[in-house]
Ligand binder design. Structure first.
Ligand code: FAD
Length: 462
């Protein structure tokens, strides 16, 4: 509701304002949301309905084709003017533009706005007018454009007395929540979807971890990052608000710059997606089309999904994801590298699992990040950078706090073995109650062997 240009503009129009959400599934090319996103969406809509009550009398919910629903609704409500905030995935852009033309043909005024990004993709271009393919010059160009616009505030309450509840669906009719079994218990405990939850998360971050963000953001055992990603993903908080709010905090400049830089990675992902609408399915670098991915064995994939690979940092990450719908960024890189480089499984399998299980599953950041990890993306990690899951664990989770939290069967192992339990002697394992191969798996693959295999496969690329 804050910094929402479509809403603010609609409220400036004469007459009553109605807010509508259409769950549109099955449209050509529109990717259906994953399970965790559907859960979030349900609660986000519930929260939005409440926030909109004093402004528009709430939210009208619909399900189906926007091409059919919007004109009907406009006619029924006597609406002459429609506003929305823009989307940037290829199929959504096509849908929204054709919808705009169809509504305009019916005599309606339609205006779209930017709520989601600091800099829309076409506003940042190289000297020759093309898109950026490397992050650093992209980020420099964004910074050279000057400070992003200040966020708009929350619009004043409107007179909603004339608004009766226009016929919409109940939230339950959208069928967004999991059917039995309800797997969302851990997600519910970890998150508060909605604008209030988002603003509280920003406050908590600015007043706490922000001051050490530049030093601690890579430590998964600490609550050192903002956890704003699902809120940003669902438009519950404005990136402009995040950008400016950290500016005003009394913290080291390095912390602010680092946080701004992460917001710009999000912008870069959208820049890439806008200019490469197939980013989620096609290698950004076509030479990777010839890469010899291993045929994924379902059992191996399952062990990766559920955190049973025998590498504690990987297993902790995959279990954090399954339990809470989120994973720390450093660990996302480690588990991703493990899938594509140690197991030689096509990045699209990893992207798919993240799409289904992340509450922040984002069409731009998820695809751009997976391609970055695989080496097939823009400005990607070089193919020879193969994260060593033991060293990554020892460096970023030295006492094993993170592993102990998510892999409780290893909780009492001494720190020096926590990332390589197979090196512990029998007495140490016994004291910690660990029976390798029984209470905790042995490594699914030897890292050294996997590394050599990956390097050989990557060396064969044209
Ligand atoms: P903070 O460190 O507090 O950063 C603030 C904000 O900046 C984040 O909320 C996010 O919007 C943005 N951001 C931070 N890092 C990145 C990044 N590397 N790329 C793009 N934006 C970034 N992020 C998503 O929002 N959705 C995804 O689906 C997603 N999938 C990913 C998949 C892989 C394999 C990897 C390696 C990274 C992925 N990321 C994704 C990026 C990053 O991991 C998350 O944005 C971050 O962990 C969110 O936590 P936070 O909000 O505490 O981040």
């Amino acid at each position: 509701v804050h910094d929402n240009p479509a809403l603010a503009s609609a409220l400036c129009e004469p007459g009553a304002t109605y807010a509508v959400y259409i769950l549109e599934e099955g449209h050509d090319g529109l990717r259906p949301p994953g399970g965790a996103s559907r859960w979030w969406l349900h609660h986000a809509l519930e929260a939005l309905h409440a926030r909109l009550a004093p402004l528009t009398g709430g939210l009208i919910l619909k399900r189906g084709s926007s091409h059919t629903i919007l004109p009907q609704l406009a006619e029924a409500l006597g609406v002459t003017s429609i506003h929305w905030n823009r989307r940037y995935e290829g199929p959504a852009i096509e849908l929204d533009s054709s919808l705009k033309s169809a509504l305009q043909d019916k005599g309606l005024s339609v205006k779209s706005h930017n709520a989601a990004l600091l800099h829309e993709p076409w506003t940042v271009a190289t000297k020759t007018g093309g898109p950026y393919k490397v992050f650093t010059p992209f980020a420099r160009a964004c910074r050279e454009k000057g400070t992003p616009d200040q966020p708009m505030g929350v619009p004043e309450s409107a007179d909603t007395s004339v608004i009766n509840a226009a016929s919409g669906l109940t939230l339950d009719a959208l069928e967004l929540l999991p059917r039995r079994p309800d797997w969302a218990g851990g997600i519910k405990e970890a998150w508060t979807p909605g604008e209030d939850g988002a603003l509280t998360a920003l406050d908590r971050f600015v007043e706490g971890p922000l001051a050490r963000y530049h030093e601690e953001r890579d430590i998964p055992g600490k609550r050192s990052t903002s956890r704003l990603s699902p809120h940003l993903r669902f438009g519950e908080i404005s990136p402009r608000l995040c950008w400016h709010r950290v500016e005003t905090a009394d913290v080291p400049r390095k912390a602010v710059d680092k946080f701004h830089s992460e917001l710009l990675w999000r912008e870069f992902s959208y820049h890439l997606l806008f200019h490469n609408p197939d980013l989620g399915t096609q290698n950004f670098q076509p030479r990777f089309d010839a890469f010899a991915w291993a045929e994924p064995d379902p059992e191996t994939l399952k062990r990766w999904h559920f955190g049973l690979t025998g590498y504690p940092i990987v297993d902790a990450g995959m279990r954090e994801l399954w339990q809470t719908g989120w994973m720390h960024n450093r660990v996302r890189m480690v588990v991703g590298s493990f899938l594509v480089k140690n197991l030689l499984i096509d990045w699209r399998h990893g992207e798919d699992w993240f799409w289904d299980t992340l509450v922040d599953a984002d069409p731009a950041s998820n695809t751009a990040s997976w391609q970055w990890i695989a080496g097939s993306g823009a400005d990607a990690a070089p193919y020879f950078r193969i994260f060593n899951p033991i060293l990554q664990g020892e460096r970023f989770d030295p006492d094993g706090d993170y592993v102990r939290r998510f892999v409780p069967e290893l909780a009492t192992l001494p720190a020096r073995f926590i990332h390589k339990p197979w090196e512990a002697d029998a007495a140490t394992l016994h004291r910690a109650g660990v029976r390798l191969g029984e209470t905790y798996p042995r490594p699914i693959i030897d890292h050294g062997v996997a590394r050599d295999r990956a390097l050989a496969a990557y060396a064969d690329l044209p």
